[in-house]
Design a protein around this ligand. Structure first.
Ligand code: PMP
Length: 416
């Protein structure tokens, strides 16, 4: 499949779903998925800790979501205008998300973050947007981490600061002066190739205070973390409400829909912009979203995934130590990042995840992972016991491990 793809698809698959930046034994094409598992094009089954990079929250093909989606599929999907489900879904979000007075639907996370940026500028009539250095907000020219094909002007009026560092935030605000349109914040630091970091309450509050004092718009990019930490915007966990929030990935359990939500404070800006897409009104995705929200509203999915994530974290800590490795397991337990201490070029992490793939466990050597509600304690315990033998084989091979050449090249090509 890869050889065929290389002939007819640029770089055989764009972005993080390509396997060029993964160990050689990683599958690139998947034939089907069910519950917590995926099957690759050769029929191998994996317990999937990537959850499609986030969209799988309840388990693949959750029957409750599938039946809502197929009922709508029998009635129509993309039509000449939105279905009444759009209004129902917006009403439901307004009920669930404390800061939201309205919701707008699109397809991908990049749509949502790009629209939020436009609304912040329309609302304020200003230009400067602040983002944390290294944060990921999507693949558009203003935010892509890979500069090929972009020009510096695509990032004009974008300023950066260091996540959780109030002094650097304030310095960027001072640089923006009276032209500050907004701050776009990820709910926690969750970028690739790095340890994750939760926000301090002081940092999150300072973002809010600055926006209140300057009239700038505070945006939380909850595309990755939304509904995995709170049945609300993720910054509810630190007591801060944004003006705008961006959502995507998991709220329709894998159906393609994203959203921008906002308070009435920025409604005028939102009313004034033009944003649309041929497939943004897909009623099937909205039916799937309504079903998913009904299931997750009681918070039990968050509780369970956090509990299973902690079980995994504790178990891996224990067995890795037995083999003389120290893991940096960071971020919320239900969205784990697992890196090895003393592994600056990721060669140990690559060897370990590569061994895990051979055991049938799809983990990632440099991107945060996700737990889903279909996982069981038995799944976690099997992961830990496979990890035990994977650590042993990495320990034995340690002197011969080499860094991955594409990863080394990537570090020098990254825009920021
Ligand atoms: N923001 C964040 C925080 C993300 O994690 C992602 C996707 N990884 C995006 C934006 C972009 O979403 P999409 O890939 O759906 O365009």
């Amino acid at each position: 499949m890869r050889a065929r793809a290389a002939k007819v698809m640029p770089s055989s698959a764009f972005g993080h779903v390509g396997t060029a930046l993964l160990p050689a034994n990683y599958p690139q094409f998947f034939e089907r998925a069910e519950g917590a598992y995926v099957w690759d094009a050769d029929g191998n089954r994996y317990l999937d800790y990537m959850c499609a990079f986030g969209p799988n929250l309840l388990g693949y093909r959750d029957p409750r979501v599938e039946s809502a989606a197929s009922a709508q599929a029998a009635r129509g999907d993309v039509m000449t205008g939105p279905s009444p489900l759009a209004v129902e879904l917006a009403e439901k979000f307004v009920e669930i998300v404390a800061h939201a007075d309205w919701a707008f639907f699109c397809k991908n996370g990049t749509d949502a973050t790009t629209i939020a940026r436009t609304i912040a500028r329309a609302q304020t009539g200003r230009r400067k947007i602040l983002i944390a250095e290294g944060s990921y907000h999507g693949a558009a020219p203003w935010c892509t981490p890979f500069p090929a094909g972009t020009v510096p002007e695509d990032r004009a009026h974008m300023l950066t600061f260091t996540f959780n560092d109030i002094a650097s935030l304030e310095a960027a605000v001072a640089e923006a002066g009276d032209d500050l349109a907004g701050i776009i914040a990820t709910p926690f630091k969750h970028e690739a190739f790095a340890n994750q970091e939760l926000p301090t309450q002081n940092y999150a509050r300072r973002c809010r205070e600055i926006c209140d004092a300057t009239g700038a718009v505070l945006v939380v990019d909850d595309v990755r973390a939304g509904f995995r930490l709170a049945v609300d915007c993720s910054w509810a966990t630190v007591g801060v409400e944004p003006d705008l929030s961006c959502w995507g990935k998991c709220f329709a359990n894998g159906y393609s829909i994203s959203a921008v939500m906002g308070s009435n404070r920025v409604k005028q800006g939102a009313d004034s912009i033009f944003a649309t897409g041929s497939f943004w009104q897909s009623a099937i995705s909205m039916a799937a979203a309504l079903a998913t929200l009904d299931i997750i509203r009681d918070g039990k999915v968050i509780e369970k995934t956090a509990r299973l994530g902690q079980r995994l974290r504790d178990g891996l800590d224990q067995v890795s130590r037995r083999h003389g490795f120290t893991l940096n397991q960071t971020g919320p337990a239900q969205m784990p990042q697992i890196l090895f201490e003393g592994d600056p070029d990721f060669r140990i992490g690559f060897a370990w995840t590569s061994a895990m793939i051979d055991h049938g466990f799809y983990l990632h050597p440099w991107h945060n992972m996700f737990l889903c509600d279909a996982m069981t304690e038995e799944d976690i315990d099997q992961t830990i016991s496979a990890a035990d033998s994977a650590f042993a084989s990495v320990r034995a091979a340690l002197p011969t491990l080499q860094p991955h050449e594409r990863v080394l090249a990537l570090f020098s090509a990254r825009a920021h």
